[in-house]
Design a protein around this ligand. Structure first.
Ligand code: HEC
Length: 120
């Protein structure tokens, strides 16, 4: 009987670790996505020497990014046009895409564990 219980616990641990691993992979996927979205929809207007200000994820801290997306992002970009799409940035990006970009900025902010400039 004891051995049966032991085997069942081992199976549970095994299943648990598969679950954790697959979740890790999908989180990694989102990060990639956030970087691509940032490159395509943010960096073009915020490169070095840009009149709109140079911004990369590591330009701000995590709290500053959160405050920016909460209070300023829409107000500052409401009239901003994405030339490539011939559309307003705020009409082109979906809420989900903005969330992914925000997560990417926060995850790679100046005070994050992996600050990034998004230039590589
Ligand atoms: C088509 C050009 C354009 C695109 C694309 C764009 N921005 Fe901006 N951004 C601007 C302009 C214009 C301002 C306002 C500059 C000012 O107030 O002088 C601004 C301001 C900012 C600021 C500074 C806000 C402040 O505190 O004053 C940040 C941070 C920023 N943008 C981040 C982003 C992020 C993140 C993205 C991508 C989701 C993005 N921008 C996409 C043009 C753009």
């Amino acid at each position: 009987m004891k051995i049966a219980k032991l085997i069942i616990s081992i199976i549970w641990i095994f299943l648990g670790s598969i679950l954790i691993t697959t979740q890790g992979v999908s989180a990694g996927g989102d990060k990639e996505n956030g970087k691509d979205l940032y490159k395509q929809n943010c960096r073009l207007c915020h490169e070095k020497d840009s009149p709109n200000g140079e911004f990369t994820p590591m330009s701000l801290t995590q709290d500053q990014w959160k405050a920016f997306f909460k209070n300023k992002f829409e107000a500052k970009h409401k009239d901003v046009i994405l030339e490539r799409e011939k559309k307003k940035l705020l009409e082109f990006l979906t809420t989900k895409q903005i969330e992914i970009i925000q997560k990417y900025c926060v995850d790679h902010a100046a005070d994050s564990e992996q600050p990034q400039t998004c230039s590589e």
